[in-house]
Design a protein. Structure first.
Length: 500
């Protein structure tokens, strides 16, 4: 029987899954393709550490802040329509970003890209909820998750090739082309679906949520550079509080709130969502740091750096099929915890990196991190979306993505700030203040003859990087602990069946 209305299964459902995955690839590649270009953008546009984080986070923060509202737009006006419009925005803004003359222009373009991505993402999972029956959804989610993870890992490789051929603007050219292909596929293959209750969209509430998220991420980003009590940080925190209060007030007064608060009384939904958000703090920031190590410390070209990230994709591909079958044997709870534990082990291996480390250390760490992600993702998505009624699939998918994207944004801000502060702390006095602000700026000011200072800069960066990777590992362990606690078997008096 059909998952949404009781009709027979759509015979094109696996082809539709393919079209949806192409749309998903656009969003993921739009983010990860940029990581390998960060050192080049730093050199060409003269961007500092905070500006580089803003280039990455402008997309992620707007994406996360608008996801719930975009999910409601998707539910009300149609999932296919929302995805196509979002892809169209991504085509236009990718072209604009490719011609950015300054880092401010690039940040602005990335901000608007976040709007397009927010319209696309909720519709992808919501379409799968309506096309696939519950007994097939775990497989569909596994494919969806694997494609997203592989695209995340393949992004740096594609970016490396493009940066070598056309410079950093080339990374946006591939997105425009990929988004154009996705528009054609979604428009021709995907059936339209929407929420029968036609709920309204709260534009002011969505803006308030975005303000709260963006300001909080900005505060975390600025702490390392300006200090926790600086006017910039305190002002960002004040904006966070204002945005959160406005959003709460709008939700309490709305007859049909943007967020269904009842979901947050479901401990499976809350537990799985919190766990994946905490894990994303580490997984979302590892490439931001590691691509700098590969190019600045190990001396890799952009293409070679992209190739060096491939073990992450291999790990996902190997872990995802196991993640599909394992819940039937040991339950969702143990599967999620096992995946998070393997990911934490990968971060711990990456924390061992030194300036003289062999590439095998990088490959092993990425393989474990990817394998753990592939292992846990199908069970996480099935647990979260299993708590959401099919008519609210867009909203449920948006909440799931919001938690994850907020974790990624916080990860880039927190881990990026940790590396920046750690680098300044470990850098010797012989490196001046400006040169010590980031490894890229240091290497740009030192000559080849100043080998001792170059070695000292590499050593300072890798020590700071080790601290950051241990932070990532700690967040992965915390995510596993949350999942273990929240997804524990229910007591007999509770009506819901246990997950194991």
């Amino acid at each position: 029987m059909g998952s949404a209305a009781g009709e027979e299964r759509d015979p094109r459902r696996w082809v539709i899954l393919g079209a949806v995955c192409v749309a998903l690839m656009v969003i993921v590649v739009d983010n990860t393709v940029l990581h390998v270009a960060i050192p080049t953008i730093e050199d060409d546009l003269g961007a500092g550490p905070a500006e580089l984080q803003a280039v990455v986070n402008a997309y992620v923060v707007v994406f996360a802040g608008l996801l719930v509202a975009a999910g409601l737009v998707s539910d009300r006006y149609g999932r296919r329509l929302a995805v196509v419009v979002g892809l169209g925005i991504l085509v236009l803004t990718s072209v604009v970003a490719a011609f950015a003359p300054s880092v401010g222009w690039l940040i602005a373009a990335r901000t608007v890209m976040g709007v397009g991505a927010a319209l696309v993402m909720p519709g992808t999972l919501a379409i799968l909820v309506h096309v696939f029956d519950p007994d097939e959804r775990v497989k569909a989610f596994a494919v969806w998750s694997a494609v997203g993870s592989v695209a995340m890992a393949a992004g740096p490789l594609v970016g490396g090739v493009l940066v070598d051929e056309w410079g950093w603007p080339g990374v946006f050219a591939v997105n425009a082309a990929l988004a154009g292909v996705a528009i054609v596929l979604i428009g021709r293959l995907v059936p339209e679906s929407r929420d029968r209750q036609n709920r309204p969209v709260d534009v002011l509430g969505a803006a308030a949520m975005t303000l709260a998220m963006g300001s909080f991420v900005a505060a975390v980003t600025f702490v390392a550079e300006h200090g926790p009590l600086s006017p910039t940080v305190l002002g960002s925190l004040a904006a966070t509080v204002v945005g959160a209060l406005v959003f709460r007030a709008r939700q309490r007064r709305a007859r049909s709130p943007m967020v269904d608060a009842r979901l947050y009384r479901d401990r499976w939904f809350v537990g799985a969502s919190a766990a994946v958000a905490v894990l994303a703090v580490g997984t979302g920031s590892v490439l931001f740091v590691l691509t700098q190590h590969l190019q600045h410390v190990m001396g890799y070209s952009p293409v070679r750096a992209g190739l060096a990230i491939v073990p992450l994709a291999i790990g996902v591909v190997l872990g995802s099929p196991v993640g599909v079958r394992l819940p039937a044997r040991i339950g969702h709870r143990r599967t999620i915890v096992a995946g998070f534990t393997v990911t934490a082990a990968g971060f711990a291996v990456l924390a061992l990196l030194t300036p003289s480390s062999h590439y095998a250390v990088v490959a092993t760490g990425l393989l474990l991190a990817g394998g753990g992600s592939g292992l846990a993702s199908p069970a996480v998505h099935a647990t979260v979306l299993g708590a959401v009624p099919p008519d609210r699939a867009g909203m449920g998918s948006a909440l799931n993505d919001t938690h994850q994207q907020l974790g990624i944004a916080l990860g880039v801000a927190l881990v990026g700030s940790t590396v920046a502060a750690g680098y300044r702390h470990f850098a010797p006095a012989a490196l001046d203040v400006r040169a010590g602000s980031s490894l890229g700026s240091t290497l740009g000011e030192l000559s080849v003859e100043q080998r001792d200072l170059v070695d000292a800069a590499h050593f300072a960066f890798t020590r700071a990087q080790s601290v950051a990777m241990l932070v990532c590992a700690a967040f992965a362990v915390a995510g596993g602990a949350i999942a273990w606690r929240a997804l524990a078997p229910v007591r007999p008096r509770e009506p819901r069946e246990p997950q194991e």
